[in-house]
Design a protein around this ligand. Structure first.
Ligand SMILES: [Fe+2]
Length: 269
C-alpha cells in the first residue's frame, strides 16, 4: 500500500490542540504557577521519552486482577481509579511527570483495559504518535507481565519520530499506519531503527511522551493483558485537588482533549 505522507499535519495538530483548544497557554500558566521546582529530576522520560518504574506489589496486583474479573470501568469505579493514582503518584513517577511538564499535572482521562489473547489487530495498532496537546503523557499501569518477547507497547526513538513528523508519517491517515517500520525507512533510504520493547513485570508503570514518540501496541499471545491507561495534562493545582473537586478523570473513550473553558468549541481538525 502506498503511504500518503502529510507533512503539514503536525502543524495542524498543534494549531488545533495547543492554540484553538487552549492547551498551549494552559502549559505556560501551569509552569508559571509551579512551586516544586526543587523536586525536578533528570529523568529517562525527558531523555528517551519513556520511563518505567516498579510500583505495585504482587499482592496489590492480585487484588486489582480480581476486580478486573468483575468488570472494572472508570465511570463505575472512580474510587478504585483514584486509589491507584494515589499509589502511583506517591512514587518517583510524580517527579518524572513534573520534570517533563515543569508544572503540576492532572489525569484528564483514564480507563481499564483487558486485551484478550490474539485480539484482532486494528488500524490504530500501526506505528503512530497520539494526536493531542504537544505536551501530554500517557501512563500505563500493568497488572500482568509482558510475555517472553516483551510484547506490549513498543517504541522507536525521539530522533526518528521528529524526522517522521516533518516527513509527514507521524500523523498520517489511520489506514496508512504501518506495523513494520523498516518498510518506511527502507523506502526512504534511511538506516533501520531499533525497536525499544520494555520487559514488563506485573505492577510496573510506564509513562511515555505519546505525542512525540512513535509507538504501537502488540497483541498478547499467551495470556490476557490488564492495564490502566491514563492521559496526563499540565495543571495549575496538584492532581488530587483537581480530581477530588471535579468529574475528572473522564473515561478515555470520549474526546480525550476537549477544548478548555474559554476556548473555541470548534476549530480546524
Ligand atoms: Fe497511541
Amino acid at each position: 500500500m502506498e503511504i500518503e505522507l502529510k507533512p503539514q499535519r503536525y502543524k495542524e495538530v498543534i494549531a488545533h490542540y495547543d492554540v484553538a483548544c487552549g492547551y498551549g497557554p494552559q502549559l505556560l500558566a501551569a509552569q508559571k504557577a509551579f512551586g516544586r521546582a526543587g523536586n525536578i529530576i533528570d529523568t529517562e522520560l525527558n531523555a528517551a521519552g519513556v520511563v518505567k518504574r516498579s510500583v505495585f506489589s504482587e499482592t496489590e496486583c492480585a487484588e486489582i486482577n480480581a476486580k478486573f474479573a468483575a468488570g472494572l470501568r472508570q465511570e463505575f469505579d472512580r474510587d478504585v481509579t483514584i486509589q491507584l493514582f494515589k499509589r502511583i503518584f506517591a512514587t518517583d513517577i510524580d517527579k518524572d511527570i513534573i520534570s517533563y511538564f515543569g508544572s503540576e499535572y492532572f489525569p484528564i482521562g483514564s480507563d481499564f483495559y483487558e486485551t484478550p489473547v490474539d485480539e484482532t489487530l486494528r488500524e490504530s495498532d500501526g506505528w503512530h504518535c497520539d494526536a493531542g496537546p504537544s505536551k501530554h503523557l500517557i501512563m500505563a499501569a500493568y497488572f500482568t507481565p509482558s510475555e517472553a518477547d516483551a510484547a506490549n507497547t513498543i517504541f522507536l526513538n525521539k530522533e526518528i519520530t521528529h524526522y517522521m513528523k516533518e516527513a509527514g508519517y507521524v500523523f498520517c491517515n489511520i489506514q496508512h499506519r504501518i506495523t513494520h517500520f523498516d518498510v518506511l525507512t527502507d523506502a526512504m533510504s534511511l538506516p533501520r531503527v531499533p525497536v525499544n520493547a520494555l520487559e514488563i513485570k506485573a505492577g510496573d508503570v510506564v509513562v511515555f511522551d505519546a505525542p512525540n514518540l512513535l509507538h504501537r501496541r502488540l497483541i498478547p499471545k499467551i495470556a490476557p493483558r490488564r492495564l490502566m491507561m491514563t492521559a496526563l495534562c499540565p495543571s495549575f493545582k496538584p492532581w488530587v485537588e483537581v480530581v477530588e473537586n471535579s468529574n475528572f478523570p473522564l473515561p478515555l473513550d470520549g474526546e480525550t482533549f476537549p477544548p478548555l473553558p474559554g476556548y473555541a468549541q470548534e476549530s480546524a481538525s
